[in-house]
Design a protein. Sequence first.
Length: 507
Amino acid sequence: MSTTLRAAPPTETERRPGRWLALSVLVLAVLLVAVDATVLGLATPFISEDLRPSGNQLLWIGDVYSFVIAGLLVTMGGLGDRIGRKRILLGGATAFGAVSVLNAYATTPELMILARALLGVAGATLMPATLALIRNLFHDPRERSLAVGIWGAMASAGTAVGPIVGGFLLEHFWWGSVFLINLPVMAVLVLVGARTLPESRNPHPGPWDLASVVLSLVGMIGVVYAIKEAASHGFSPAVLGTGLLGVAALSGFVRRQFTLPVPLLDMRLFRRRGFSGAVLADLLTVLGMSGLVFFLSQYLQLVQGRRPFEAGLAELPAAVGAVVTGLVAGRAARRFSVRAVVSGGLAAVGLALAALTTLTRTTGYPLLGAALLVVGVGAGFSFTVTADVILSSVPKEQAGAASAVSETAYELGAALGIALLGSIVTGVYRGFTGPADTPAVAHESLGGAVEAASDLPAHTAQALLTAARDSFVQGLHLAAGAGAVVLLATSAAAWFLLKNQKLENSP
């Protein structure tokens, strides 16, 4: 089978034997990344209690993975186009598993932040390679739409499996165990993928341009870091300087791409309205959702008092909605239109986030569960169709770079969402007024307040927890409201940017 899979198809429309088995290996990589992202939020209260990070360190633990991965995705996508997407996928999966062990046994906040950053380096190799291999495995447009839908559905399934499995582990083992679940998935991916995945690369990749790699990395990390620090602590000369350095590096990167015979990233892709519109929609959508999602597990556990496993089950409707709609999104976009499905999905997410501004400490689950289901349905439609648009907009030789742009938008949106909306939650939370003898650690994070309350007299502890939880919920209200505005504005923008955009049909 591996010989057949490696043979290049004589025509663009030939259906490669074994493509669905190969797809099953690719979605394991997606599952690996999705599970890791979701279990972190569930484990945050335990990490806070054990490592005692400051509020700022806690945000870094949450978003440094996205910062690093956003800075390296374009580089890794271009590298996969050059050295082979199978090779970089399997190498990245091996590294991802190894660094997961370092995450599991981190003993200080600083080591945890470093481990998350290294995990971002490994993770940057996975997502672009999987989408690029799908582009080269499935030449029939309708089959490719279904494959992308399955790819997206597995990412959503990971968001369901992660909290449930993570919740079980957190109730029976220490928090580091949630990272060790990556190891068996990685082992299956590497062993089976080595035999079933075809190798693919750009036949004329051009030389590797180190200057472009450095400019991309410095630019992305510089800009994102400056935005995060400005949102958390306001502007300072250091923050402004870092931001300007990042902007200058990105400008240099763009100019350099236009001068290279074979650029690391072909900037002419952005001249295609469908491509640029889909990328922008992904970035803004994730930005509007991620800050709230990052703090949702803390709300369920530390505000409403749910056990980790119960909190994981509570988040299940979002994943179920995304899985179901992801599988039918391509068909819906062909029957109606790309812009109707994407804009409608984003509007649904925006309205669901608006409904979450009514949350209180005692809100019943029906409202929360219904809102999460609508978020999943809307996101499943939107993300699946935009991924299909991005892949079908480029030649298969550039699939790695295009996939990297798609994933960069996703990760950049996640990092900015946690930085901006997360900073709103943190900023509002820190302003609560507790009892006179409230320890300073209680103002750093809600986990710190819960820990501090355990050492206080019952009456004082209850007053502290009530004030802290009310303040945390107020922060969630502002984050949900801001996210709703972003999603509804993105829905309107997508309606215009994706006008006349269509998915390919089978020949």
